[in-house]
Design a protein around this ligand. Structure first.
Ligand code: ZN
Length: 360
């Protein structure tokens, strides 16, 4: 959509009849097309219309792009699970936001009324309609109407490019480390795949509270970058067995927390790195779906394992506050909207250090 049209919509508070806009649409497995679709109508009461400015790429996008047999969804599907935006118009009853406000969107279409929602555990909503960009249409389009309760203001000090990494990347890590694993200052943490979007965020967040960070990476160039980001010890998992190195680094004691998302390739190794009573938290499984674990080891060592998916709206606010205080996300690459698939291919190859952000 042109800036002229955006301005017109902001002034009138309404989209024009028959107006179209761009939407990046998954039409078949591994096939994304930039289509012209109808622009959204004026926002309904309780809604805001936002103009998307940046979309953060995540492994969830890669899974969706490759095709997921078990996911309930229909194609065509507008992609994009994580985004920053500017408010274009507000519906009736929305007083807290106005045109021009910079925001991020919470991509879980929660009910807002169930017990979990009322208690702020948004990612455990009992009636969730789906994850936008994965089960239902997402954010890689010019404009969208959203329930105002799912739109979160961005502090002035944070760029919209960086803010696009808050709703999933930063918030997921915030939820994993502090709500689930309850990471404490002074503890030692193993961060698997420290060069990934969430790995870089985990290193930053753990260092910020004074933890000792051990991380794994797949090549020496990434090792240098991870050290520059603050990691105390970096292990190239292709040249060294990380389990042995962690054991040595911790004086055979083990780490307090293991941050997992790689899956079968590293899961059991991560468990072996824990001290007795240690916590493993996982939010992903990029190397496959299943693994076996040793149950004797699980209970004798009193491990605690947390599955973690998504984050609460509070976690998104906490993430934006951290960014405002200077914890800026590591950006690997920025790609224009039309090159979304190039970004996905780069993410799939795991040849990244930090986040890939799609700009509009
Ligand atoms: Zn709910």
């Amino acid at each position: 959509m042109s800036d002229v049209l955006a301005t017109a919509a902001a002034v009138t508070g309404a989209a024009r009849d028959h107006e179209t806009m761009r939407a990046l649409t998954l039409v078949a497995d591994r096939k994304i097309e930039l289509l012209d679709v109808a622009a959204p109508p004026s926002p309904a009461p309780g809604e805001v219309q936002i103009a998307i400015k940046a979309v953060g790429l995540n492994h969830l996008d890669v899974w969706g792009w490759r095709g997921m047999a078990f996911a309930k969804r229909k194609l065509p599907l507008v992609v994009g699970v994580e985004a920053s935006a500017e408010v274009v118009a507000s519906g009736a009853g929305v007083n807290a936001m106005q045109a021009g406000d910079r925001v991020v969107a919470y991509g879980g279409l929660t009910c807002g009324t169930c017990k979990a929602c009322r208690e702020g555990r948004d990612n455990l909503c009992e009636n969730i309609a789906g994850i936008m960009g994965f089960h239902i249409d997402g954010f890689a389009r010019d404009r969208i109407n959203m329930p105002a309760r799912l739109v979160i203001p961005v502090p002035a000090a944070v760029s919209l490019r960086d803010a696009a990494c808050a709703p999933i990347a930063f918030a997921t890590v915030q939820h994993m480390l502090f709500d689930n694993a309850k990471l404490e200052p002074g503890e030692t943490i193993l961060v698997q795949a420290g060069g990934s979007g969430i790995g870089t965020a985990a290193i930053q967040m753990a260092k910020a509270i004074g933890c000792t960070v051990i991380t794994t990476v797949g090549d020496d160039a990434k090792a240098e970058k991870a050290k520059a980001l603050g990691a105390d010890h970096v292990i190239n998992y292709r040249t060294e067995r990380f389990e042995g190195v962690v054991r040595k680094l911790t004086g055979k004691r083990g780490v307090d927390v293991a941050f997992e998302h790689v899956g079968p390739e590293t899961f059991n190794g991560s468990l072996l790195c824990l001290k007795r009573g240690g916590r493993l938290v996982t939010c992903g499984s990029t190397s496959g779906q299943s693994t076996t674990i040793n149950l004797f080891q699980l209970y004798l060592q009193q491990y605690r394992i947390f599955g973690s998916f998504g984050a609460s709206i509070r976690n998104v606010r906490e993430s934006l506050a951290k960014m405002a205080a200077g914890m800026t996300p590591v950006i690997d690459t920025e790609v224009p909207l039309a090159e979304f698939e190039r970004g996905l291919a780069r993410l799939e190859s795991r040849q990244v250090f930090g986040k890939i952000v799609v700009t509009f």
